[in-house]
Design a protein around this ligand. Structure first.
Ligand SMILES: NC(=O)c1ccc[n+]([C@@H]2O[C@H](COP(=O)([O-])OP(=O)(O)OC[C@H]3O[C@@H](n4cnc5c(N)ncnc54)[C@H](OP(=O)(O)O)[C@@H]3O)[C@@H](O)[C@H]2O)c1
Length: 221
């Protein structure tokens, strides 16, 4: 039987559901209080995962700043990157923590850094990293029990679509970005009928700085 870590999604969106500028460039949505909460959440997880587009657009470090968490335990950084497009100078490859690049079998490259590992994994029907397979590897071979998925929209969509998610945190910043093609929290192909809806139960809603934090758990049928 396949195993999987406990999966938490964390995302910051605007009041109109956008997660970046219309051209995909990074937009800071979180307030100071939310940034602190996000670092504390990272500190409670064994690994933090993003898709390669987030690396290309935002160049995140995916570490925990000591300013927010004393004696942080840096989680393993994971990039889903089937064509191995992560740039050699990306901040996610910095020495501050270990990094795992998950690529399609046969596309493995070397980054010549001891703290960076590249593994090949089978792909799914869309040519993306097969989530069931990689979650099983993370659980059994890497000891990952709690995984934080931070985006972007394509990755979050696939985790939700494949029913791999245990909790969702959404911070909503009180401003509008607009734009028909501006990235949103869940991209991919979407669904076309009511019976495919991904239902969530609201666990908690609380004001946080100028915005609001919503905590959901998916309803499992
Ligand atoms: N506000 C926030 O909280 C937040 C957080 C993170 C990112 N963002 C924003 O999100 C945007 C990027 O999102 P995005 O949707 O374009 O891309 P993404 O989700 O970051 O990355 C998607 C890419 O990851 C690779 N991938 C491999 N296996 C996958 C799988 N099983 N499922 C999904 N993706 C897989 C694919 O590229 P290959 O085919 O090359 O492997 C895919 O195109 C940026 O604008 C960024 O600023 C916002």
């Amino acid at each position: 039987m396949l195993k999987k870590p406990y999966v938490i999604i964390n995302c910051a969106m605007t009041a109109d559901g956008k997660i970046a500028f219309p051209d995909g460039k990074q937009l800071r949505i979180s307030c100071e209080e939310d940034i602190k909460r996000m670092y504390e959440l990272r500190n409670r997880c064994d690994a933090v995962l993003v898709g390669v587009n987030t690396v290309l657009y935002d160049d995140p470090k995916l570490t925990i700043k000591k300013k927010y968490v004393r004696n942080p335990k840096q989680p393993l950084r994971i990039v889903l990157d089937s064509k191995c497009r992560t740039p050699k100078n990306a901040q996610v490859l910095s020495k501050a923590a270990k990094t795992l690049i998950v690529t399609q079998k046969g596309n493995e490259k070397t980054f010549a850094k001891k703290h960076v590992e590249v593994i090949g994994c089978k792909t799914d029907e869309d040519g993306l990293i097969n989530l069931e397979a990689i979650l099983d590897i993370l659980y059994r071979k890497k000891g990952i029990r709690k995984l934080l998925v931070e985006g972007g929209g394509t990755v979050i969509w696939n985790f939700l679509k494949k029913r791999m998610v245990d909790e969702v945190y959404t911070y909503i910043g009180p401003f509008i970005v607009g734009g028909k093609n501006t990235p949103t929290m869940a991209e991919g192909s979407g669904i076309n009928s009511v019976d495919e809806l991904i239902h969530l139960r609201i666990v908690d809603v609380k004001p946080l700085g100028p915005g609001v934090l919503i905590h959901y758990k998916p309803i499992v049928d």
